[in-house]
Design a binder for this molecule. Sequence first.
Ligand SMILES: [Zn+2]
Length: 233
Amino acid sequence: MFKADVLSIGAHAGDAEIASGIALANAVNSGKKVAMCHLTLGEKGNPNMNPQKYAELKHEEAVAAAETLGAQLYILGYLDGELPENDDVKKAIADVIRDCKPEVIITHHAKSIHKDHVACHRNVLDAIFYAALKGFETDREPHFARLLYFAENWEDKEDFVPEVILEVTDADIKLWKQTAQCYSLFRGEVVNFPYIEYYEKLARLRGIENYLPYAVAFEMPPSARKQRLTSLW
Ligand SMILES: [Zn+2]
């Protein structure tokens, strides 16, 4: 049975790969097992293709990206732009968490210019609770994912605090680029935003700020900031 070390959950196919992909590549290159879960395919994001056709393409691209990265893939199939925040979504995500049993979960930061990203963030918080709750019975065993991180994403910038810094390498960036390039969106064939250039330069910027060649930044949930000490030094 597959057991993940890290599960990245994104609102749209491509979010996990683009915003947390360098960290996922770092995990893969460190011998860890990685899973990704896309809540929607992001099928309404192509001005030159109808959503049905783009959904088929995004599905193929998501499978290719997961294979390139070496990740287990879950696609939940909610509608792009219409991702609800409700118990149906929370329980579906909880099932994914119980299925792959990650130590670490990565998802969107709380604030975003995209409503699906905000809904994803809120759904994931409660899904972690459901997944761990013994009284919530499904055909899978309960699982508590110990660590939660919010990825740095150009759409989720408001109030994002880059407080956890992960050093990454050239090899991580190389594997991430190969993964991201599976999507026509990230190859620049759908919209003008230079995704790969942006995230590569952001990794260099976070590296420079932290005296490292390359790094990626995360924010923690407020509850994770509490520290229990026996001494102040
Ligand atoms: Zn998105």
